[in-house]
Design a protein around this ligand. Structure first.
Ligand code: SF4
Length: 329
């Protein structure tokens, strides 16, 4: 079996609650596992509302945070055990694109500087002509041209141009995985469609996988392969994106998707589900299903034990005792 590109093994991330801390521990991500295969390239939506743990997951994969427990492996090597050469390769092959790229820019430097820094920091070893060609190729890929963009300052670009420059910057490094954290939530509909198209093109023509962090199920539906739906730091449903959205199994996911009968790029995934407080549902030692206090189908067992993922189909799993054949009997 080939080594997965990225693997998260039972990763938990807890904030606060240390020996000297007065705050209660908050479990942002709880025993979370994920595999992204090396081939073929895939777009994996990580979908969830705010507080679901999806941004913590992005920060863990990008190395901005370390797991409290569990392991993150890239090509079989633990991120925490990488030597400097492996770490540089990881930083080159795993790139990030954020919702609002403005903060990534230094306002005092022209756009050219963004690309110069990439060449320098990642020791790409290109001569001047190769560097120019590589930048132009990357810009063309996202529908931009060097002559119209490189001499400008960040504030002279539109939001969509800034976002596309960030994608071009990532592409220059020939990454294998891009962590895209809400990359289209701050742009208008036509730019959204363009950026989603660019992602599909990068997957299909350039074999780049995406961890697509989003609160927006409609865009996940448009481009996603296998999706994970997170709720309070755990995976409640995973599998083929269209399969989940067309036929959700978990009561929480059913409620969410019930608010959007037809996936529509103009409709955001936004619900009025009233959930208990974070503290009530995310206390470190809470037992049972996290959705128990609001679940219309709750059973006794749901309060006692945390539901594991049950297969409901070949490519569809959900963390709900309704699908446990033993409980259901
Ligand atoms: Fe509801 Fe129980 Fe399923 Fe949780 S495990 S979603 S409480 S039925």
């Amino acid at each position: 079996m080939p080594e997965p590109l990225l693997e998260l093994q039972n990763v938990t991330k807890v904030f606060g609650g240390g020996l000297l801390s007065t705050s209660k521990p908050i479990v942002a991500l709880d025993d979370y596992s994920l595999i992204i295969d090396d081939i073929p390239a895939r777009i994996t939506p990580i979908a969830g509302e705010s507080g679901s743990g999806k941004t913590t997951l992005a920060n863990l994969v990008l190395g901005y945070l370390s797991p409290t427990s569990g392991r993150i492996l890239y090509r079989g090597v633990d991120l925490n055990a990488m030597n400097s050469q492996q770490r540089l390769a990881y930083r080159r092959e795993v790139q990030a694109v954020f919702q609002d790229p403005y903060e990534v820019y230094n306002p005092f430097y022209r756009v050219q500087h963004v690309f110069d820094m990439v060449v320098r920091n990642f020791r790409l070893g290109l001569n001047q002509q190769e560097r120019r060609d590589r930048i132009e190729e990357a810009l063309n890929l996202v529908g931009l041209r060097g002559e119209e963009i490189l001499e400008k300052y960040p504030h002279q670009l539109s939001g969509g141009q800034r976002q596309r420059v960030m994608v071009a910057r990532a592409y220059m490094l020939r990454p294998r995985l891009i962590v895209a954290d809400e990359p289209v939530s701050a742009v208008d509909a036509s730019l959204r469609a363009m950026i989603l198209d660019i992602m599909l093109n990068l997957r299909d023509e350039h074999h780049i996988s995406f961890l697509y962090i989003t609160h927006d199920l409609s865009t996940a539906y448009q481009i996603g392969d296998d999706m994970h739906v997170l709720f309070q730091g755990t995976t409640v449903e995973k599998g083929d994106t269209a399969g989940i959205i067309d036929n959700p199994k978990h009561p929480y996911v059913q409620q969410l998707i019930g608010s959007i009968p037809v996936p529509d790029p103009e409709i955001k995934w936004d619900t009025n589900i009233h959930l208990p407080s974070e503290e009530e549902m995310r206390a470190k030692y809470a037992r049972g299903c996290r959705f128990y206090p609001r679940c219309p189908s709750a059973m006794d067992v749901c309060r006692q034990e945390r539901p594991p993922l049950f297969h409901v189909d070949e490519d569809h799993e959900t963390a709900c005792f309704l699908y446990d054949t033993v409980v259901a009997e």
